[in-house]
Ligand binder design. Structure first.
Ligand SMILES: [Zn+2]
Length: 172
């Protein structure tokens, strides 16, 4: 977690806000492994507001990924847009909360490393099934499915990895 680029300051005063912008490209998503992201560009804005007993963290994502269509194997551009909200709370006692959006941090923390959160948030926005609208699919390629066998298998693996990763995230 040593990557300083993803650190956001936690404002001390009530009502104060800090924010940070990121441009995430394919390198950022190398951790996913085989999900066939050929390239991607995501604009991410994170804002962090000090509230009475916690920090309100909002992550907004807007951009695209270039991947391959599950059906025809051609390039497929997917728009990725969404936002997510989290609450950063100083660790108190041993409260076990069943809420994914609450993140406990050290009571001495003055900043927070967003890297993992950015990865998870963006990852959730990638659809498990990635296909063109049927009318935009490359029909020649579908007819020649044999030729695309390798790609197809790759896509199946990717979908499996995506599904399992999402399940894992949900369990936390
Ligand atoms: Zn297609």
């Amino acid at each position: 977690m040593g990557d300083k680029r993803y650190v956001i300051g936690l404002p001390e005063k009530l009502g104060k806000k800090s924010s940070k912008d990121f441009i995430l490209d394919d390198l950022f998503f190398e951790f996913i492994g085989d999900v066939l992201i050929k390239s991607c560009l995501l604009n991410v804005t994170v804002s962090c507001e000090r509230k009475q007993t916690y920090w309100h963290l909002e992550i907004k994502v807007d951009g695209f990924i270039l991947t391959l269509c599950d059906r025809c194997g051609d390039d497929l551009n997917i728009k990725i847009k969404g936002n997510d909200t989290f609450f950063l709370k100083a660790q108190e006692r041993n409260i076990k909360l069943q809420d994914d959006s609450i993140i406990f941090i050290s009571s001495k923390a003055t900043d927070f490393n967003l890297k993992k959160l950015l990865q998870d948030t963006c990852f959730f926005l990638i659809p498990i099934t990635r296909k063109h609208d049927i009318k935009n699919c490359n029909s020649d390629a579908i007819l020649n499915l044999e030729k695309f066998k390798t790609t197809k298998t790759g896509q199946l693996i990717s979908s499996k990895i995506l599904k399992e990763y999402k399940k894992k995230l949900k369990k936390k």
